[in-house]
Design a protein around this ligand. Sequence first.
Ligand code: KG4
Ligand code: ZN
Length: 342
Amino acid sequence: MSGRPFRVLGIESSCDETAASVVDDGRSVRSDVVASQNEVHARYGGVVPELASRAHILNVVPVVQAALDRAECTLADIDGIAVTNAPGLVGALLVGLQTAKALAWATGKPLVGVHHLEGHLTAIYLEPDPPPLPHLALIVSGGHTSLVRVGGPGDLVELGATRDDAAGEAFDKGAKLLGLGYPGGAVIDKLAKTGNPRAVEFPRSMTADVHRADFSFSGLKTALLHHVRAKGVPDGQELADLCASYQAAIVEVLVRKTRRTARKLGIGHVQICGGVAANSGLRAAMEQAGAEDDFKVYIPPIGRCTDNAAMIAAAGYHRLVRGERDSLDLDAAPSKPLARQS
Ligand code: KG4
Ligand code: ZN
């Protein structure tokens, strides 16, 4: 190659963010545009799939255009197109996918489908000091919670996952119960900052060794429901205390399982990714665990923990330079797993 960077347009629409980004060589982000649908879904306390699809349809072309404009380029300067095709809401996925396919067909540029969680795992490679291979990854998003050994491209082994609610779901459902709106993670995080994490006792589920690296968060949500039924939804300091206690229960389980798995595997490098990796309590607790147990912790900046297309462009870049191509038959795969099970 001539030394000119390999430029990828990434498109993401798997849930409730319409995003597009232009990334050079899988490292250098030229633009990163995210249109959030929080206002569309807030009144329902969760994502309404049909409304998400419709909002994606309205947003996708302007978002792609904005990504190209901010990158100061046109489609002619793009070397490949990467799009999330799995997993997610099928109607939402299809909007980004059809757009990417139409652009690939019209321009003749290569197309590659990216698994959304592979995107989350790749976000950290946009930072100056990414983790070496192999490393352990805790993926914590609205739909997924899993511990994955990342050995290299295509070498992903899932060591444990949630049996029921994902960590992000636990935050969102907890916030809904407390009348705090959607998405709930960031709101609980903010309130928890001034609360006492030991004020209310919540269960730490599946922390015994027999449960290995699997998680369960639905019991915690039920415990909060019982608490609220018995005592009502508090306000002021008591609300902050309740949020801090609820958050601490989620964070403690995530950190305990991650450090135990890192120790068992003898792995000294741990990344956290996905929307819940934006949580200040989790970030601090994992850093502390790393300092105590001697593993290095890698966490993307907050905007690259939550859904974005820069991570999809970066993951797509690595596939494209390995020669991978998808045809225009590429389909949405709403529940495709990321990794091989251990
Ligand atoms: O990765 P993401 O943007 O979308 C999915 O792939 O699901 O993750 C969204 C999730 C939501 O459940 C949201 O409440 C949670 O990430 N989240 C947080 C925080 N910011 C976003 N959870 C806890 N603390 C936060 N600061
Ligand atoms: Zn995500």
